[in-house]
Write a protein that binds this ligand. Structure first.
Ligand SMILES: [Ca+2]
Length: 488
């Protein structure tokens, strides 16, 4: 039995513990406030036709280029997977598709135990004291709306079960505006003149972000995500954006070459493909479709400008990390495709810009290989938050931000479907498909990947070296899930 004195000591100890505990909580909280905020801007299906990546001189992206000039551009950055679903699952979990088995858009996130048991990036931010809010397309749509349902977010616009704000589908003529019947989801053309930018889905997302940033009432530190849907199809936007790209000045993609697939293994054709390019060309609409992609890219760029300007005007400007990324590239006819869904440069190369106060230097770039998988560990490093144990497979890019010439022996791996891999080094792209057929391109001589060198014995040692970068574990395809009324 404890004596009264012993009991008093216990009570005093408990009280002391509470006081010390409170002090240390207060200290944690004050440290928390010094953590940088994060502005996380995602753009859907935006390929390297941006000024900062120089993929097409016709493109007009002054706002993104200006943002890039304030920080660091990773000019050799690639997606973990060339489709919205698996690319974003990899970004949000920091886990490779080949580890999770989440390979295609139909792959479920929450019915995949590896992903479901991971700490997703919004949850990670929340667990580290961040106020987490977002709008628009950050996750793959049906992952967010039907599966994740706002997990890790304190607030979502329009709701935790609806990532995209409502669209005003008002047009001056009957659909399809393109004149080609590929369904409304794949159409393009101008909205009715009554529609303003603030009526559009993306305009609403940008407006929400602007108001949050200028409202001055965000709890700090915050993680604010804004996901712009264009230039993902349908490429509907305001007439003024089409007017920036007169149709008689549109050029076909420089990277297009007739018979480009002649030296490519047949395995590529097993990847999600569609007959759109054939339909577009048969309908005489190739230049019009390019014009629409450029117009929607210009709109996305204006909206990025709106969000970034709001941050600059806000009280958060000096203590906010900006990361802007696109989820994969897009082929506008190159290698006979109008799609992402391949392991070629046109589909894997992404935009990745970082502005990290006190870390990135204005106007810096690097061509060292980077991957969207690196976003999570890089944010963990820049915010000083300890990453979840044993989860993240990407690299900490802050090393290159501090010193663009730092030693960097990494490559960037893209996976699409079980056992299909593309590996990018500073110089080469190596592709190996499940059936062991291969491609190899030398980017110092062949930026459009026209000449497959895989069968040339001169490159045997290069191929062998690149092959070592391929993951050794190939998780079988996980459970698929497609919500009602969706087919992709
Ligand atoms: Ca996408």
């Amino acid at each position: 039995m404890k004596t009264n004195i012993q009991l008093s000591i216990l009570v005093l100890s408990a009280l002391l513990f509470c006081v010390v505990g409170n002090i240390s909580e207060a200290k944690d909280s004050s440290q928390g406030n010094s953590k940088p905020n994060v502005l996380f801007i995602a753009i859907d299906d935006l390929n390297d036709w941006t000024g900062m990546l120089g993929g097409n001189p016709q493109a007009k992206t002054p706002n993104m280029d200006e943002l890039a000039a304030q920080g660091m551009v990773f000019t050799n950055a690639h997606c973990a997977a060339p489709a919205c679903g698996p690319s974003r699952s990899a970004i949000m979990s920091g886990i490779r598709p080949s580890t999770s088995g989440n390979y295609i858009n139909k792959s479920s996130l929450i019915h995949n135990p590896i992903l479901n048991n991971s700490v997703l990036l919004p949850e990670f931010s929340q667990q580290n004291g961040y106020y987490v809010c977002g709008a628009g397309k950050l996750f793959h749509g049906y992952h967010f709306n039907y599966e994740v349902k706002g997990r890790g977010f304190d607030e979502y616009y329009p709701s935790k079960e609806q990532d995209l704000p409502p669209w005003e589908f008002k047009f001056s003529r009957p659909l399809p505006l393109s004149g080609i019947n590929m369904g409304r989801a794949n159409d393009w053309g101008p909205y009715h003149p009554d529609i303003t930018i603030e009526d559009t889905c993306d305009g609403k997302t940008a407006k929400w972000a602007e108001e949050k940033l200028l409202g001055g009432e965000l709890k700090e530190p915050f993680f604010l995500g804004a996901g712009i849907f264009e230039p993902h199809l349908p490429n509907y936007t305001l007439q003024k954006y089409f007017d920036r790209f007169p149709i008689d000045e549109i050029k076909l993609p420089e990277g297009y070459k007739e018979n480009d697939l002649d030296d490519v293994p047949k395995a590529h054709s097993k990847m999600a493909h569609n007959p759109w390019l054939k339909k577009i060309r048969a309908g005489g609409q190739w230049k019009h479709a390019i014009q629409a992609y450029l117009a929607c890219t210009a709109m996305a760029d204006d909206l990025v400008g709106q969000i970034v300007r709001a941050l600059e005007k806000s009280k958060y400007a000096d203590n906010t990390i900006i990361v802007l990324w696109s989820d994969h590239g897009f082929q506008l006819g190159e290698k006979e495709r109008w799609a992402k869904y391949s392991l070629w440069e046109r589909a894997t190369r992404v935009n990745m810009v970082w502005v990290a106060p006190g870390v990135t230097k204005p106007g810096s770039t690097t061509a060292k290989p980077a991957n969207l998988l690196d976003i999570y560990p890089t944010l963990a490093s820049l915010t000083g938050c300890k990453p979840p144990e044993g989860q993240l497979e990407g690299n900490d890019l802050s090393i290159l931000m501090k010193n663009p010439d730092a030693a960097w022996d990494k490559t960037s791996v893209t996976t699409f479907g079980y056992k299909n891999y593309g590996v990018r080094s500073e110089r080469y792209r190596y592709i190996v498909y499940e059936d062991e057929t291969e491609e190899l391109y030398d980017h110092t001589k062949d930026k459009w990947e026209w000449k497959n060198l895989a069968d040339n014995p001169k490159y045997a040692a290069i191929k062998k070296k690149m092959r070592k970068e391929i993951p050794t574990h190939h998780e079988p395809s996980g459970v698929t899930y497609v919500p009602p009324n969706r087919n992709r």
